[in-house]
Design a protein around this ligand. Sequence first.
Ligand SMILES: [Zn+2]
Length: 299
Amino acid sequence: MFVGVDVGGTKVLAVELNGRGEDLAVARAAQLPMPGRTAAAGEVEEAVAQAVLEVAAERPLTCVGVSAAGLVDRAGEQVRFAAHLPWRDAPVRLRLEERIGAPVLLDNDANCAARAELVAGALRGVDSAVLITVGTGIGGAVVLDGRVVRGANGMAGEFGHVQVVPDGLECECGLRGCWEQYCSGRALERVTRVTLGSHLDGPEVAALARDGHPAAREVFATIGTWLGVGIAGLVSAYDPEVVVVGGGVSAVGDLLLEPARRGLLDALQATAHRDVPRIVPTRFGPEAGAVGAALHAGA
Ligand SMILES: [Zn+2]
């Protein structure tokens, strides 16, 4: 049995897949809260193992794919750095293999999400694409000629820490003005405090926005516009056919994506003289990383 597990800033999600191609679906899933950035690495690894064992339900595991929200080295052995997790140059693949008792394959979460969308989702048959995950922070992946671009260190596509505002807001990574300070789950909470004057969490603001609450919609318009501004830079760099947006914050759909489409048009050069890429949601949504990790394990 192949299991995929996504390790994000706020939760661990493990899935088992069923079917293939367009019929691919999540058969079982288990979700645990992430112990947090201040937790010991061992606590995070224990949460991963627990989620995997819950999905496995005492059946033997063939291989486990792990999708991590951080910089994974090209060999897939270490998480070198993760702004929202305690891993620093940590041999995560081996540690998890020992804890879980089955072979483990490790990759970056956005790369995993891109793999899921290429195999069975929004990127089937697409040659050039950019994938953005808007979760606790921002993750990204680049697809050129139908393949995920890895970069010299396996770290290509870390768009969340591209500076969009000089001397802007302080980021968990230690820099200032990073894109994810303006467009992410963390940014959503900050903009909510400013706009609504309340400490609602992401899903609560999303529920209000879906019900038509004007200020809650304004929060997603602000975040979405920043999403479009960042995407404009990526379109200039990579000329993608499609931009796929996933991650927990994107669960509100067009409430986020429509402002992003407008933000892209406003911030992109020569829009009258080019095909502006479509901005579309992921097929697998918040499960894309875990699904791609399971596909990695099963490949
Ligand atoms: Zn940063």
